[in-house]
Design a protein around this ligand. Structure first.
Ligand code: SPD
Length: 300
């Protein structure tokens, strides 16, 4: 074979009948001008659900990677930072996080981190796309471990419909959303943030993924403007996630009462002694320290 394939549609079948993916690459462009490139060793799933395209690919550095609508969500070797920071930051601040709600989060990584907290009595995950959960169970068993926990309830429903019809209040709500395009777009709007606020207990905490402060500045600015009109306290924190645009990812900590750093519960942190890969008590505080360009973006 003289000519090696350079695109996935040029991959060819070898004499042994194997698809030769010697030179097939996953490219994800951010704003159409720059992005991330990964060599694909294997394509394990390539399908379409009622809501989106779903792919699972494999790469030597990252292991298996889940791709939704052409955007990387999680990888075997790059998920801890995001999931641990989404779950542990609010759960080591709220003094009694009995009832937790996760909107989105179909790979179940954040859910699994939440189940490591023994003071959580119930965790409800509302995910739109059942196929994302099914594919995650098949390919990411360590992320979906939490599904076995008897405190967990999974609902397959649109997040907005769920919140609109919710009859109970939650202590902590986590918005583990994909990007503000397609099915999740409305869940980044002020109207939804207000509904989430109303669904939180009087001392409740919302944590929401809030995109890349480098690539998505307009979106980030709008998210924080909306959230500040709804919550009395809104703070950004960040983590390092190499598979996400710019590898610098942000989260919004929105609270009715507790401060994310001053109210950190060192006693519970020491008692649980979690075996984590990214989160620790020092990272908890340090993640709220922001570079100047981000402060300018969100008006701090
Ligand atoms: N562009 C990727 C943004 C992904 C943010 N959320 C991921 C959800 C994974 N549970």
């Amino acid at each position: 074979m003289d000519k090696k394939p350079t695109r996935i549609d040029e991959a060819y079948i070898t004499e042994e009948g194997m698809t030769d993916l010697w030179n097939v690459w996953y490219n994800e462009l951010h704003n159409g001008q720059s992005g991330l490139t990964l060599k694909i060793d294997r394509i394990l799933e390539s399908t379409r659900s009622e809501f989106q395209r779903i792919e699972v690919i494999e790469n030597k550095d990252f292991g298996k990677l889940l791709v939704l609508y052409g955007s990387l969500m999680v990888a075997d070797n790059d998920n801890n930072a995001y999931n641990e920071m989404l779950a542990h930051v609010p759960l080591f601040v709220h003094p009694a996080p009995k009832n937790v709600l996760i909107i989105g989060g179909g790979d179940c990584g954040a859910l699994t981190e939440v189940t490591r907290h023994d003071d959580v009595e119930s965790v409800t995950m509302c995910e739109l796309d059942k196929m994302v959960v099914d594919i995650s169970k098949k390919h990411f068993p360590s992320l979906t471990e939490g599904l076995k926990d008897p405190r967990v309830k999974v609902v397959f429903q649109d997040g907005q419909d769920f919140i609109t019809n919710a009859t109970q209040k939650y202590d902590v709500i986590i918005l583990d959303l994909s990007d503000p395009v397609g099915p999740a777009a409305d869940l980044f709007q002020k109207a939804f943030h207000q509904q989430v606020y109303d669904c939180l207990a009087d001392d409740g905490i919302l944590v929401a993924q809030s995109e890349s402060p480098f690539y998505n500045q307009r979106t980030v600015k709008a998210i924080y403007k909306n959230l500040r009109q709804v919550f009395p306290l809104v703070k950004m924190y960040t983590c390092f996630m190499p598979i996400y645009p710019s590898a610098l990812w942000s989260f919004a900590f929105c609270s009715k009462k507790y401060h994310p750093v001053q109210d950190f519960r060192a006693d519970k942190y020491n008692r649980l002694n979690l075996d984590t890969q990214y989160y620790n008590n020092e990272v908890h505080g340090a993640s709220f320290l922001l570079p100047q360009f981000i402060k300018k973006t969100i008006g701090e």
